[in-house]
Design a protein around this ligand. Structure first.
Ligand SMILES: [Zn+2]
Ligand SMILES: [Zn+2]
Length: 538
């Protein structure tokens, strides 16, 4: 790689953005910078000051007003002759400056008065590049939706807004650009893709979004120095990023090798089915009806049939939770191909409605998903109230099958507990008096190996099912998902005003449990933020 860092060449770093340390307002530039319309009027209308000439550093009053989002000042300046396309020595216009802090109303004033949305500065940056460099996701979406700004155009070094957002680690901006089909394969003058830059800078979440939304081919692209994203992450010491990328690469190449990827999709459900059926046969043959053991009593026989009935019940629940739709969210194509831009009607200016939760965009499914849902890379779909993807049932656990899943693991726990107890009771009552050279363990191993095999498998299942059941029960009581616990730091809706974990969906243990038992899930769409579909609906 030619250079490991790229610099944002813009004069805006030195621009003031804080109005509380207000110096004396002496001219049109300071009046525009600090939004003093009254003084600006005095300078222009009484003192005859010009608004069309730049200040001593070559910057225009309109640029200062737009940078600090004083759209009324911008409007006044334009009315009094300011050129909306006037460029400073970097060839940056007021629109470039408006993008720095995401001043949407100022951008509207400029663009409605003839500003060129594709104006480029000396580095080839357009307003879309600047918005991406500063992570102004709402601003970027606004100029793309309303003014059709090109969001995939390269600058002079071949870097698109997506590459800049990835380099700067703005995951929401990356998500928006991928949602809009920005190219992941574009390589800059160093041969780097967005994934190269995100890996080099160690942005794990950006890497995850890029990889999951991509074709996985991006993992193997080499830059001009011959490095893949994995190698760059490794070289820079970003171990967790390197590990994630190499795991993805391995999964991708395995997918190609093993049955065209079918094994990954099928998961371990057939194996679990085999183990359950095998255990049931072993239980009947080696525990209940084994000829070497004492004749079974009526009470133990009844318990044995109860255990077998529970096992059959578990199989039914296993089938239900692995075959049921876990709560997949419909995609645009599923709804009959209505291709209208889902972001078109979102009122970005209304902060009370729009909370700016860009993580609700799924770049893969091209949908705005409700809060609490997540894209499952294995199922390749977004799942409502996503809990986790369970390879043992080869399905996601989500809003629609979580109750079935919980009943399944509860029944699994009960079955393994009961059948294990019966197996121990059967051996215990069948042990004869030993001769001096034979221990009971030796006797059981030699005479009843089937029972031992059954007990070993049963204990493994019991431990796994019990820990899973306790964990799930505690989360159901708090109405929180496995995914939310694991990624709580990533979800803003799980943070209180003090920045600490706060679950807005917790209605109290009793209501959480009652809702779960009778409905299967809680209806919590209205809590915290309304789902964006409602906002986006015309
Ligand atoms: Zn999705
Ligand atoms: Zn899944």
């Amino acid at each position: 790689m030619a250079s490991s860092e790229i610099e944002v060449v813009t004069s805006s770093d030195s621009k003031p953005n804080e109005t509380y340390q207000q110096p004396p307002i002496t001219d049109v530039y300071t009046a525009s910078t600090y939004g003093d319309l009254q003084k600006l009027r005095n300078f222009v209308e009484h003192d005859g000051a010009s608004v069309t000439v730049p200040d001593g550093n070559g910057y225009y009053a309109l640029q200062w007003a737009c940078l600090n989002n004083f759209h009324e000042i911008a409007h006044y300046l334009i009315q009094h002759g300011a050129d909306v396309n006037a460029a400073d020595h970097n060839q940056q216009t007021a629109l470039h400056w408006a993008a720095v802090w995401g001043s949407i109303p100022s951008a509207d004033v400029l663009l409605e008065n003839g500003a060129r949305v594709e104006a480029t500065d000396i580095n080839g940056y357009r307003v879309a590049h600047v918005a991406a460099q500063y992570g102004q996701t709402a601003f970027l979406n606004h100029i793309v939706v309303k003014y059709h700004a090109d969001f995939d155009v390269p600058d002079n070094d071949g870097r698109s807004p997506l590459l800049w957002a990835a380099y700067k680690g703005f995951v929401d901006t990356v998500r928006l650009l991928l949602f809009r089909d920005a190219s992941q394969r574009r390589q800059d003058k160093d041969g780097c893709t967005p994934l190269h830059w995100a890996a080099l800078r160690g942005y794990a979440e950006v890497c995850a979004v890029l990889v999951h939304a991509g074709t996985k081919e991006e993992l193997t692209v080499k830059d001009n120095a011959g490095s893949t994203p994995v190698q760059l992450a490794h070289d820079k010491g970003h171990r967790h990023v390197a590990l994630f990328l190499s795991n993805q690469l391995r999964a991708h190449s395995n997918q190609d090798k093993i049955c065209g990827g079918k094994l990954t999709e099928v998961g371990y459900a057939p194996l679990l089915l085999f183990v359950i059926v095998f255990c049931m046969i072993l239980f009947i043959n080696s525990v209940v009806t084994a000829p070497g053991l004492k004749k079974i009593t009526a009470v133990v026989g009844l318990w044995a049939w109860t255990a077998l009935s529970l096992a059959v019940g578990s199989l039914i629940m296993f089938y239900r939770c692995s075959s049921k739709d876990p709560g997949y969210i419909k995609r645009v194509g599923d709804l009959g191909g209505n291709a209208e831009d889902p972001l078109l009607n979102i009122d970005l200016n209304s902060s009370s409605i729009w909370a700016g939760n860009w993580s609700q965009l799924c770049p893969t499914c091209k949908i705005i998903r409700p809060i609490r849902s997540k894209h499952c890379p294995t199922c390749k779909r977004c799942v409502e109230q996503f809990d986790h993807h369970c390879p043992w049932i080869s399905n996601c656990v989500g809003k629609s099958n979580k109750r079935d899943f919980f009943i399944f693991i509860c029944m699994g726990t009960l079955t393994s507990l009961l059948s294990g107890a019966i197996a121990i009771q059967r051996i215990w009552t069948s042990i004869p008096a030993f001769s001096a050279d034979e221990t009971w363990m030796h006797h059981v191993l030699v005479n009843h190996p089937g029972v031992i095999v059954f007990l070993v498998i049963d204990v493994v299942i019991l431990l796994a099912a019990t820990s899973l059941t306790i964990r799930q029960a505690s989360m159901i009581a708090r109405n929180v998902t496995t995914n939310e616990i694991a990624n709580s730091k990533r979800y803003e809706y799980l943070r209180g005003p003090d920045g600490r974990f706060r679950n807005p969906y917790n209605h109290g243990c009793w209501k959480n449990c009652v809702d779960f038992v009778f409905v299967g899930h809680t209806n919590d769409d209205d809590i915290a933020w309304r789902p964006l579909q409602q906002i986006a609906a015309p």
